[in-house]
Design a protein around this ligand. Sequence first.
Ligand code: G3P
Ligand code: CA
Length: 378
Amino acid sequence: MQKRQQPGRRTVLGAAALGAGAAVLGGAGQASAAGRDGAPRELPVPLIVGHRGASGYRPEHTFGSYQLALDMGADVIEQDLVPTKDGHLVCRHENDITATTDVSAHPEFAARKTTKTVDGVQLTGWFTEDFTLAELKTLRAKERIPGTRQHNTLYDGRWQVPTFEEVLQWAEREGRKRGRRVWLHIETKHPTYFRKLGLGLEERVAEALRAHGRHRRNSPNFLQSFEPSSIQRLGKLVDCPKVVLLGTLKDRPWDFVASGDPRTVADLVKPEGLRWIAGFAEGIGPDLTVIIPRDKDNKLGTPTSVVKDAHAAGLVLHPYTVRNENTFLPADFRKGTDPNAYGDSLGVFKAYLATGIDGLFSDNCDTALLAAAEFRKR
Ligand code: G3P
Ligand code: CA
């Protein structure tokens, strides 16, 4: 397999106004223990992000999930953030908490069930912005996809919904215990929607980061959002490295829809779009299919030029999300007929890592780390 070193890449990263961030963001050529200046690099390349913690093994966004991801050796632990009615940030993949908490079993909250349109999608359920933090804390988290991850239902009801503040305190505690910094990958969810409700996310994220001294260029967090304007707003408030998330090629960021910007992800991953992103972010987090599309038979196709083009623009790539179960894998990497059984996910990890990406989100960080180890030696 081809060596990952890409001549000129370090120079490009250095020119991307990363400053101290370049060292921690990494990139090809920084996979070894020491970087170009001889200083030890804190994060390996490629790095593995524990997606919603270790969500392949525990209900997502719980301390059970975050702790397991850290114990398994994930380099970075992901949080998705939404607000409560009284303005606290909590860790949930979305504001609709119907599938990931026991809220439907609480008769005192039955009347809170409602129908809303979030980013153009009509949803019926219970929503974080209709609960105070004290109310939300009476709920217990549960497995989102019990049909696929029956084993995770063992932990239903064990943990509360964590606040962002609790996660920051946990990261500090764990960092002290381990003698190293605990890295977080922090996403603002539905930022345009929440700003319209008077619950702007970015100021709250920045305030929390500042309170914990995590607002600097070399602080151990990445900030991420599917809405470029959220990343731009965050960039004015804190100096942390930032990653613009990108959906599939046909998708259009919701803030673009709201402002009338016609560009789609397909436009943003062209060299011009990538140069635009590099003006205010240090990386992109594309859907996996942007890196390697699937063909008409749902098999893994041929890698696109996006890795090369993003690196040329000075951007690192943290695509998402590899999961071990057959149902999530390309057809040619499935094993047997049970959609919930594990397929050849190691093969999928390797195919993506071979493209030269700088990091990868996975629900199964232990499997991802096993695959990544092979690439870190190169
Ligand atoms: O943030 C990376 C990845 O998590 C993006 O997708 O929908 O799981 O937040 P989502
Ligand atoms: Ca996310």
